[in-house]
Design a protein around this ligand. Structure first.
Ligand code: SF4
Ligand code: SF4
Length: 435
């Protein structure tokens, strides 16, 4: 790299010039770059750990699109009108922020904290880049969030607030903990020792979309499943804390739940929420928590198993509407559960189904996750509205999903935009078809 290029200051305002600090313009392989010690490696150890991802970025911009959906834009933050295609808000900008800090070209500022948190962690960039370079922007976003939290300049106030609520009320909505199962219409024995299945209801389902939880319990009963709930001992799974860089707090609530579940001796756990599922499924690997001794399933996996074994037999039409399925990022792209929700829908008699154009691996995010709904509602609303418009475009009149958090954000924006769509969980459709 020439001296002139080296001297180009990397600031938030001219972050579009950051290609000069990538390996792409240099005579070194990515591996050689990883071995280079940057001046600030010791100051930012979490960022140094993300260096292998960041140095491989070519700044090609593929990660903001979808290669399988006619190269449609597929990164909510890069598509958001106020930041449209601004480098800092694309996958490459996350990598360049990491490299700029490690090289000492930039310093942490409130604007950089905004860059790190104005992101759904939806994983579209991870997927798109993995088909070419394999440089994962999500690793850089997580490293930035963790670094800023350790420095005491993050997370944003909205995340601090929900972290305090989780500590006090065990849910991020500051709802009374004793009301977590207030929606239960059937009698379920809480903390039943030796039950086969533990239904982990989560926070969003019970407090914001209880109809999803009701359908889940109704289906468990219809299948004569031997299940129980944690009742007053269920705490937030910790996913919102982990995603926003509050790993110690995430571990505390995660470990509480693991200990309480293991005391019961259940062999399987099901969740309604994609975020809870991912937290139990892989949380232990991320922040050093205990590995669950029980099998972790998303509810769609259990009910698709019950359908294929004949334990559940849908008999009636669930809806006259044309149904589409929105893949939750934390269930689909991040973990790989794409088939089971579709198997459930395909078992419902006479269901008219249409796929989104951006679907399955290439699904557009609903916009709610990774702390965005609380700290950047404008982005959450924009992404959900885009999804609803896409549903109309493909001819759907019912948007189904497999996560109460997606359902919540889509419903709120349906109410605001009046698209004439019904929003619900796949289990609500299945439950209707049982009658
Ligand atoms: S992260 Fe990958 S897809 Fe995105 S700009 Fe960098 S190299 Fe291209
Ligand atoms: S995780 Fe999603 S929102 Fe964040 S940069 Fe990647 S594609 Fe964009």
């Amino acid at each position: 790299m020439s001296e002139i290029e080296r001297k180009i200051p990397l600031t938030y305002k001219n972050i579009d010039f950051v290609p000069f600090i990538t390996h792409a313009s240099l005579d070194k392989t990515p591996r050689e770059w990883v071995n280079i010690t940057f001046p600030k490696d010791n100051e930012y150890p979490d960022l140094a750990a993300a260096k292998f991802e960041a140095v491989r970025c070519w700044v090609c911009g593929q990660c903001e699109m979808s290669s399988m959906a006619n190269w449609a834009m597929n990164c909510p933050t890069a598509t958001y009108p106020a930041h449209y295609r601004q480098a800092a808000y694309r996958g490459q900008g996350k990598h360049m922020t990491v490299l700029g800090l490690l090289q000492g070209f930039i310093k942490p500022t409130p604007e950089l904290v905004d860059v790190a948190y104005f992101c759904n962690l939806c994983g579209n960039c991870t997927l798109q880049c993995s088909m070419g370079i394999g440089s994962d922007p999500v690793v850089s976003v997580m490293a930035l969030r963790r670094t800023f939290v350790k420095m005491g300049i993050a997370p944003p106030a909205a995340h601090r607030r929900f972290a305090n609520y989780i500590k006090e009320y065990h849910n991020p909505y500051a709802e009374p903990p004793e009301n977590r199962f207030a929606w239960l219409k059937k009698s379920v024995e809480p903390q039943k020792k030796g039950a086969e299945i533990l239904y982990f209801a989560g926070c969003t389902g019970p407090y914001r979309t209880p109809d999803v939880c009701e359908a889940t319990v109704s289906l468990l009963s219809a299948a004569n499943a031997d299940f129980t709930i944690l009742g007053g001992e269920e705490w937030c799974c910790g996913s919102p804390l982990y995603m926003t860089g509050l790993w110690e707090e995430a571990k505390e609530t995660y470990e509480h739940n693991i200990a309480k579940i293991e005391e019961l001796g259940v062999t399987r756990l099901i969740t309604s929420c994609a975020g809870c599922y991912r937290q139990f499924h892989e949380g232990y690997r991320k922040f050093g928590g205990s590995k669950p001794s029980f099998e972790v399933l998303h509810s769609s996996q259990l009910f698709s198993e019950y359908l294929s074994s004949g334990r559940l037999k849908p008999k009636s039409k669930a809806t006259e509407k044309v149904v589409t399925y929105h893949d939750p990022c934390h269930l689909g792209r991040h973990v790989g559960v794409f088939d089971e929700p579709r198997e459930i829908l395909s078992n419902i008699p006479e269901l008219k189904f249409v796929e989104f154009e951006r679907t399955a691996h290439h699904a557009w995010c609903c916009g709610a996750g990774a702390g965005v709904m609380s700290a950047y509602p404008e982005l959450a609303n924009f992404a959900a509205t885009e999804r609803l418009k896409e549903a109309k475009m493909v001819g759907a009149s019912y948007v189904s999903s497999a996560c109460p958090f997606c359902v919540l954000n889509l419903r709120r924006n349906e109410e605001a935009g009046k698209f004439g769509l019904e929003i619900g969980d796949i289990l609500q459709l299945l439950d209707r078809s049982m009658r």
